[in-house]
Design a protein around this ligand. Structure first.
Ligand code: GLU
Length: 493
């Protein structure tokens, strides 16, 4: 049997997600259980949405959780580079092979034509998708149009008849009609590969034996299978893991639950407890023990024992488990050390210092002034938001719109935050003093405090989001229906 090689392939387009850690954990356990290697590959071919900052956060989050990789950025295993943006020449070589065999074809259809096509298909209640318009252009015409510099993409030729059959390690045989599979773009008009193409080429060249990933990728498998066949390569074993869910069974989302690993770090969970908890998502130790280390899990892991019922990520359960770690695994000295390590994080204390230094005469004043930097969600109640000119609904709107405004702004320095919130206040037609009142209460716990813009900047998006959400909940929350109405209003502000 060839060596077991697994991988995770995150796209660095946002904050490190719990789902990435969960899939990384299972990939790593499976590889190590079988004496194989766990690879990290960065899928950064979407130039606009990828950033070095996001990649850096993902790498740090994985390391914090002890999910470091055997091969990947900074750990050469001879199959690199491990960043897709550095592998362009490889993709060019490979697309040529498919073009020569006519298994892929240049497509000159522009956005306008594709949009019209989609509209027409919707009107006729047909499956939307590419209609094969450029499939049979003559070689001369293709050459001429490319020569003249016409914008084009390269698509994969997908059969229109029959079905694609593949095995999933957990789900058995899966059949999907080829007519349900769109002819995917492999190379975009900017010359860069798409996810499907780069992913398959890299999995093959990096000798990945098992593709273990979230179930949202099942519908992509036919495209991948076709690519493997087109190149004449063996397929890897596919295994699609069940998605993490909120306690109400909906897909885990940041609206209901913090999904960013940064939140768990900032609120003082132990990485070993979080990893342990993720290990219980759809899996259990053969002896049923709920508390186990990463090493234990790696030693006893069996992929076949993953259960497909959507695993529920329940914060209360995580808190209980984290509490067990604090009580059972740390003695007083170790607790003191780990707490100090968390509380006196240089990046936090360094940012707090300039805010409090001018306003204190003794160190002992610091906690009453700035203790909220070390808290998670604050315990605020509806009464804390009582205000002469703002009722509860107004407070909820201000908090929610501020959250959406902040989520949309990549720039997290205090001046950018101030400018954005000032602008929102103007658009909502509030005096800035009134507008900031609910934000002060939600973010700092008090109506008067250190600058709320600085506080948001220091706390970061994860904690800011959690506090704004908690405040909105304490003000009665927002129903799904209201949320939709408010989304509309927010867009037209
Ligand atoms: N880049 C994809 C992602 O962001 C990888 C999916 C896969 O594992 O194939 O999740």
């Amino acid at each position: 049997m060839p060596p077991v090689r697994t991988r995770i392939a995150p796209s660095p387009t946002g904050d490190p997600h719990l789902g990435t850690a969960y899939i990384a954990l299972f990939n790593r356990c499976f590889a190590h259980r079988h004496g194989g290697s766990f690879i990290l590959r960065i899928e950064d071919t979407d130039r606009e949405r990828s950033s070095a900052q996001s990649e850096d956060k993902i790498l740090k989050a994985l390391r914090w959780l002890s999910l470091d990789w055997d091969e990947g950025p900074g750990r050469d295993g001879g199959k690199g580079p491990y960043r897709q943006s550095e592998r362009s020449a490889i993709y060019s070589d490979h697309i040529r092979i498919l073009l020569e065999k006519s298994l892929a074809f240049p497509c000159f259809c522009d956005e306008k034509r594709l949009a019209e096509l989609r509209r027409e298909q919707m009107r006729l209640k047909r499956q939307p998708g590419y209609d094969g318009h450029c499939l049979n252009l003559s070689a001369d015409e293709v050459a001429r149009r490319i020569e003249s510099g016409e914008r084009h993409v390269i698509r994969l030729r997908v059969p229109r008849e029959g079905e694609c059959v593949f095995e999933d390690l957990l789900r058995g045989e899966i059949r999907i009609q080829w007519s349900q599979v769109d002819m995917p773009v492999l190379i975009k008009s900017d010359g860069l590969p798409t996810y499907h193409f780069a992913n398959v080429v890299d999995d093959h060249l990096m000798e990945v034996s098992h593709v273990i990933r979230g179930e949202e990728w099942i519908s992509s498998v036919p495209k991948h299978v076709l690519l493997y066949e087109s190149f004449g390569w063996d397929r890897p074993v596919f295994c699609h893991m069940p998605l993490l869910r909120n306690p109400d069974k909906s897909k885990l989302s940041k609206r209901r639950n913090p999904t960013s690993i940064g939140y768990y770090q900032a609120t003082g969970y132990l990485p070993e407890a979080l990893i342990n908890y993720l290990g219980t998502m759809g899996w259990s130790m053969p002896d049923g023990e709920e508390k186990f280390s990463l090493a234990d899990m790696e030693a006893r892991f069996e992929l076949e024992r993953v259960s497909l019922g959507g695993p529920i990520f329940d914060r209360e359960k995580l808190d209980w488990l984290n509490g067990r770690y604090l009580r059972e695994d740390l003695d007083d000295a170790e607790f003191a050390r780990r707490f100090a390590e968390w509380a006196f994080r240089p990046e936090l204390i360094g940012k707090m210092a300039p805010l409090v230094r001018q306003r204190t005469s003794r160190f002992s004043d610091v906690t009453s002034l700035a203790g909220y930097f070390l808290q998670g969600e604050l315990s605020v109640s509806a009464d804390d938001f009582a205000h002469k000119q703002l009722d509860q609904e107004a407070c909820r709107r201000i908090l929610l719109y501020s959250l959406w405004t902040l989520e949309a702004s990549p720039d997290w320095n205090r001046d950018a935050i101030e400018a954005r919130l000032q602008e929102l206040a103007t658009r909502m037609d509030y005096k800035i003093r009134n507008f900031l009142f609910p934000l002060f209460v939600a973010i700092t716990g008090k109506p008067v405090s250190l600058s709320v813009f600085d506080s948001i900047s220091v706390l970061g998006l994860d904690l800011t989001r959690a506090r704004l959400r908690a405040a909105i909940e304490s003000l009665g929350g927002i129903s799904g229906k209201q949320q939709k109405i408010l989304e509309k209003e927010f867009k037209t502000l």
